[in-house]
Design a binder for this molecule. Structure first.
Ligand code: ZN
Length: 154
């Protein structure tokens, strides 16, 4: 199996069987994200304990890429700090948009490599917003403090 097939497999699996795909009863933070280009809609829920992400989930409707990206994101961010999340999103965002590479500390390398499975979308610029939507909603949730906030896309 080559790399391309591998990432397609993982994306398909997360797209069909998304992890942490449910609303949270009492999130400390949440935000909606909408990608009008594709029609993807996502709501990201967080349970923050100080700087630590105790729990994260999402729900919504979207294409396989947006669903797979949100699913991978929730799996990776659970238990991380907000600082870790910022680094991982920075590196992922740079990779999918072709920006300057962001250095990732050794303890986050495995997670960063898993996110890189989605960087195949960079050859399809229209799909980049699908892949980053959940992350923008995550950021909006963190900065919105529990108020409804529309996540901006790129
Ligand atoms: Zn999409």
């Amino acid at each position: 199996m080559d790399l391309r097939e591998l990432y397609q497999d993982i994306i398909l699996d997360h797209g069909r069987h998304p992890r942490n795909f449910h609303a949270m009863a009492e999130p400390s933070h949440f935000a909606h994200g909408h990608n009008p280009l594709c029609g993807d809609k996502v709501t990201v829920y967080l349970q923050l304990a100080g700087e630590r992400i105790e729990d994260v989930s999402f729900e919504g409707r979207g294409c396989a890429i947006s669903t797979a990206s949100a699913s991978l994101m929730t799996e990776i961010l659970k238990g991380k700090t907000l600082k870790d999340a910022e680094i991982l999103f920075g590196a992922f965002h740079a990779n999918v948009t072709g920006g300057a590479p962001v250095a990732v500390p050794p303890e986050l390398e495995d997670d960063s490599e898993r996110l890189d499975l989605l960087t195949g979308v960079k050859t399809f610029p229209a799909r980049v917003k699908c892949a980053t939507l959940a992350w923008h909603a995550f950021e909006a949730a963190v900065h919105g403090g529990g108020l409804e906030a529309a996540a901006k896309t790129e």
